[in-house]
Ligand binder design. Structure first.
Ligand code: DP6
Length: 377
């Protein structure tokens, strides 16, 4: 779900002799959500176009809790494109990925301007000012690049009034950050790697909307909110160059997992969903270990959470899985589980990790029930 606001601002200074110096600015604000992959993207076959070595599949999390919010202003009076990230101006002169997104959306706007019967504002020629903020720690392994670049592309599309489909926009967002293409859709989303060299068929498609499986929920365990050591971009290229296990994963493992995972989602089959999610996270981290030199994203707390979830699943009376963990390029755990198990899982985690602060935006626990050290939110 995206919210947007479109404003045309005409701020007119006092005109000394003529009325020709009005400043025209168009401003749009949108938000985009975070997605957490259950079948991981790790490896590019073309680093410039961001074309992956395998398909991937993710779940988009509610924007109420985690989102990137981006405001973009366009004006002929701006001198150049500029970016402010979480309140601080960033130098984007060498930021190729951002320029890819500007170039692609401006080209579509130009087509619109050229083909329109009515004269359109030549927005494709105006410099833009981009202001973006996350309501969660950037680069803490919580996919801030995915929501950030998805918000950038979606806001540009709204600013330029592009009639482009969401999948076509995902192709542009992919060139900003691979995983960003999946954040343009809600619910369950596949990124089809495609086979073309120009990337025209490497885009995101929705497998099912968020309303399809409302009982499924995510618990985010922030183990460490510091910036990670090895970036995804750098890490995955080292894996492509050195890991034989990655080749096995690409060829023999992911295609079957994609088929089984899509079916599990459509059938709301938590058993299969959970098993593939945990196996895929484990194989992704095994591939990191198989990289030379190895990449370590998990720490002792991450591994303790893995053990805890397996022990919890072992207590299930009918042998059915009750929860699944997954980890991206960092130590933070995301636990997927049916809503009815969430209270138990939160109690378990806060008992085993007594210092944990629990943020309860959906009021899982009635007033007065102490869980962890209940942070106000
Ligand atoms: C582990 O999308 O951040 O989160 O395309 O280089 O920007 P770039 O990488 P990025 O990689 C995400 C990797 C992952 C797995 C996933 O989200 O599928």
């Amino acid at each position: 779900k995206f919210t947007d606001r479109v404003l045309w601002l005409f701020s007119t200074p006092l005109a000394p002799t003529s009325s020709a110096n009005a400043i025209m600015v168009k401003v749009v604000t949108c938000t985009a959500p975070v997605n957490i992959a259950v079948i991981k993207y790790w490896g590019k076959r073309n680093a410039a176009l961001i074309l992956p070595t395998n398909d991937s599949l993710s779940v988009t999390l509610s924007q109420d809790i985690l989102h990137s919010k981006t405001t973009i202003a366009a004006s002929p009076d701006f001198s150049h494109d500029r970016l402010w990230l979480n309140g601080k101006e960033e130098d984007i002169t060498k930021n190729k990925r951002m320029h890819n997104c500007f170039r692609e959306t401006r080209a579509l706007r130009k087509q619109l301007e050229d083909s329109s019967a009515e004269p359109l504002e030549p927005l494709s020629t105006y410099p833009v000012h981009v202001c973006s903020e996350n309501n969660f720690p950037t680069a803490a392994g919580l996919a801030s690049s995915a929501s950030g670049l998805a918000a950038l592309v979606f806001t540009l599309a709204r600013l330029f009034d592009l009639p482009t489909s969401t999948s076509d926009l995902s192709r542009i967002a992919r060139q900003g950050s691979g995983s960003a293409c999946r954040s343009l859709f809600g619910g369950f989303v596949a990124w089809e790697m495609g086979s073309r060299d120009d990337g025209a068929d490497s885009l995101a498609v929705q497998v099912a909307p968020e309303t399809h499986w409302p009982e499924l929920q995510a618990l985010i365990c922030v183990v460490d909110d510091a910036k990670k050591g090895t970036s995804s971009t750098e890490g995955m290229q080292n894996t492509v160059a050195t890991s034989p296990l990655l080749q096995h994963r690409i060829r023999d493992v992911v295609p079957e997992r994609m088929r089984d995972m899509k079916k599990a989602i459509l059938d709301r089959d938590f058993q299969t969903f959970a098993e593939i999610t945990m196996r895929d996270s484990n194989q992704f981290h095994a591939v990191c270990l198989d990289t030379f030199p190895p990449i370590f994203y998990l720490n002792d707390v991450s591994r303790a959470i893995i053990r805890l979830i397996h022990e919890y699943n072992a207590t299930s009376p009918d042998g059915r899985l009750k929860a699944a963990y997954t980890y991206d390029a960092g130590p933070n755990a995301v636990i997927y589980a049916p809503k009815q198990n969430m209270k138990e899982i939160i109690h378990l985690i806060t008992r085993y990790f007594p210092g944990a602060d629990f943020v309860d935006p959906y009021n899982f626990f009635p007033e007065g029930e102490v869980v962890g050290s209940n942070l106000p939110h």
